[in-house]
Design a protein around this ligand. Structure first.
Ligand code: UCC
Length: 574
């Protein structure tokens, strides 16, 4: 018999994901978790079966631009895979964009974002990045609720947050232009007001993701407004002109071409020309950047959810393979160095989850008016930190996951290279690592948010005051002190030096805060369940990821095996 390698079998992603279950048990009220658990259990099964297959099909059957109809009329249709459309239907039914808003009906209230994250964590890695339109739709609902006039808000938000697949809309986000990506102050699109008071947009948008969306929030400069970002206003552009019921696509919105991207290939991203597209101002025609920054904060949170879910998927697949692949007479999972590698990946994935779910918890509180001022300040700093850290870690982990398959990880029809291609966008879109590092600096200097974050970190550590974590807590506290001292030195330092150091500062801050969260969670598990799995994870994270802790690090095969086996439950019967 010739040898054929058994492929890895993706397990039920809810049953397998012990960290997800444990963090939810700590963060959600008992009754609420009991209510949502059947949906999560069903979704875990679907993510490994139906959704997984739909995602693979959507990745194969990529969008096509059809510029003209058979008779030569400009039509600018984008043909997408039926599987992509089904993934839309699934996310609507799951309520991915509804959960944060229909919180009185569900009773989730300030916990809604944590529930949303649990759903996203399971759906996202099997969605062929349908999570991108989900992110922008959720974020558009947030901005319209916060800033739009009542008629626009009432007409559109109900669509964006609908649980009915026939009624639900998606939204895009049209910011980036040839002149400016990160620097939106160079936006060249003009908004012109007609004699009847209505507005039209004129210009080119260079990246528009999920271009088949029903509407998009777009930045434009009203004619005569000042240059720079202060002169920009925010508009909602609808694919169907609400005054006439006619499509604007192929007419006042022309699709120049689809982008040929490294990844996210199932999702159409286009260059557009706006040639008199009807648009509705979002509130007064001013402060467009301030308004759209509310959108960015939500999409950056989604980016982190995507990173965290993708990291877990990479580990799941690598672990599944290690159970069926043999080398030198052993299964890979039984080889000490491979176990060590998989355990490190597992710890990084759980760390990304812990950090992002903390942001979910704080956004939920902020949206429901229960966050303190200090929590809001902490959140302002945490969003850029979380986005940049998880984005970078997601790429590193995806690369490691491919490597765990050896040559098979480099071969397209295994489906594995997708993991890396789709991860690589995470540190780029919604603000690169450097842009977000400088956003943190701006929030720290303009809004003085760091003291609140340092206090918050100290409070997490305060909850972890147990013997089993004493050395980890000491190391995290020492790193916090160093970070505080570094930040205190900024006012006397050369601006260029401070800016040049911001990426390193932001990453160190993210790691220290994450370590504190893992310690807090570990202490809870020890106290409530006499379970030390999370303590092993917290200690390993501190040893491997915290500056100044390297000398404490030494291989511990038994610990690595425990982290791995106890963090990945095997479904019964397998
Ligand atoms: O569109 C894209 C792809 C879409 C796909 C998304 C899917 C993601 C989820 C995936 C799931 C798997 S990519 C396009 C991405 N573009 C960016 O991210 C832009 C990056 N640039 C920035 O972030 C900049 O910092 C800006 C544009 C936000 C601001 O730059 P400016 O022009 O220098 O403006 P200012 O002066 O810094 O900010 C203007 C105002 C200020 O308030 P006021 O007017 O009161 O002084 C700021 O305090 O906006 C406020 N502001 C903020 N407020 C700026 N940033 C923030 C913030 N993050 N939070 C709160």
């Amino acid at each position: 018999m010739p040898f054929f390698q058994s492929p890895p079998v993706l397990p039920d992603t809810w049953v397998s994901d012990v960290p997800l279950q444990e963090h939810l048990e700590r963060l959600l009220p008992v009754d609420m978790l009991a209510g949502v658990r059947p949906q999560l259990a069903e979704l875990g099964r679907l993510a490994a079966t139906t959704l997984h297959d739909l995602a693979a099909e959507a990745e194969r059957d990529q969008p096509r631009h059809i510029p003209f109809d058979a008779w030569g009329r400009r039509s600018d249709q984008i043909a997408v895979s039926p599987a992509w459309e089904e993934l839309h239907t699934w996310q609507v039914r799951l309520g991915l964009c509804a959960v944060p808003y229909d919180t009185e009906a569900t009773g989730y209230k300030e916990h809604a974002r944590v529930v949303q994250m649990a759903l996203h964590h399971l759906y996202g890695p099997s969605s062929a990045t349908y999570t991108c339109p989900v992110a922008m739709t959720d974020a558009a609902a947030r901005v319209l609720l916060d800033h739009a006039d009542v008629p626009l808000r009432d007409r559109v938000v109900a669509r964006l947050t609908s649980r009915d697949p026939d009624a639900a809309w998606t939204s895009g986000q049209w910011m980036t232009e040839r002149e400016g990506g990160s620097d939106v102050s160079r936006t060249a699109t003009i908004a012109r007001q007609g004699a009847n008071g209505s507005w039209t947009l004129h210009g080119t948008k260079w990246f528009t993701s999920a271009t088949t969306a029903n509407c998009a929030l777009a930045l434009a400069r009203p004619e005569g407004a000042e240059s720079g970002s202060r002169g920009l206003a925010l508009f909602l552009v609808e694919r169907i002109d609400p005054r006439t019921g006619e499509s604007q696509i192929g007419d006042t919105i022309r699709i120049n071409r689809l982008k040929d991207k490294l990844g996210t290939k199932s999702m159409p991203t286009a260059e557009l020309t706006l040639d008199g597209a009807f648009a509705t101002p979002v509130g007064p025609v001013e402060h467009g950047v301030r308004k759209i920054s509310g959108m960015l904060n939500i999409t950056r949170f989604h980016n982190a959810m995507g990173a965290s879910g993708g990291m877990r998927r990479g580990v799941e697949l690598a672990v599944a393979y290690s159970r069926v692949r043999e080398a030198t007479g052993s299964r890979l999972i039984d080889l000490p160095l491979h176990t060590e590698t998989l355990a490190a990946m597992s710890v990084d994935a759980e760390a990304a989850f812990a950090l992002t779910v903390r942001v979910a918890h704080l956004i939920g509180r902020a949206e429901h008016g229960t966050a303190t001022d200090a929590e809001q300040q902490s959140l302002r700093a945490l969003i850029p930190v979380t986005k940049l850290l998880t984005g970078k870690d997601a790429v590193a982990l995806a690369s490691e996951a491919l490597e765990a398959f050896g040559g098979a990880g480099y071969i397209e029809d295994t489906g594995l290279p997708l993991l890396l291609r789709n991860a690589q966008v995470l540190p780029i879109w919604e603000g690169t690592t450097n842009v977000l590092s400088l956003d943190l600096l701006r929030a720290a200097t303009r809004n003085a948010v760091l003291p609140a974050l340092f206090e918050d970190l100290a409070a997490r550590l305060g909850d972890a005051d147990v013997v089993a974590l004493a050395e980890s807590v000491r190391l995290v506290a020492a790193e916090r002190d160093r970070l505080m001292s570094d930040a205190q030195g900024w006012h006397a330092a050369d601006t260029a030096v401070v800016q040049a150091g911001m990426r390193q500062f932001a990453i160190r801050l993210g790691r220290a805060y994450t370590a504190a969260l893992l310690c807090e969670h570990a202490a809870y598990r020890l106290a409530k369940h006499d379970d030390d799995r999370a303590a092993l994870v917290a200690r390993r994270y501190v040893r491997s990821r915290l500056a100044g802790a390297a000398e404490w690090s030494r291989p511990d095969p038994a610990e690595s095996a425990a982290i791995l086996m106890r963090g990945h439950a095997q479904p019964q019967g397998s």
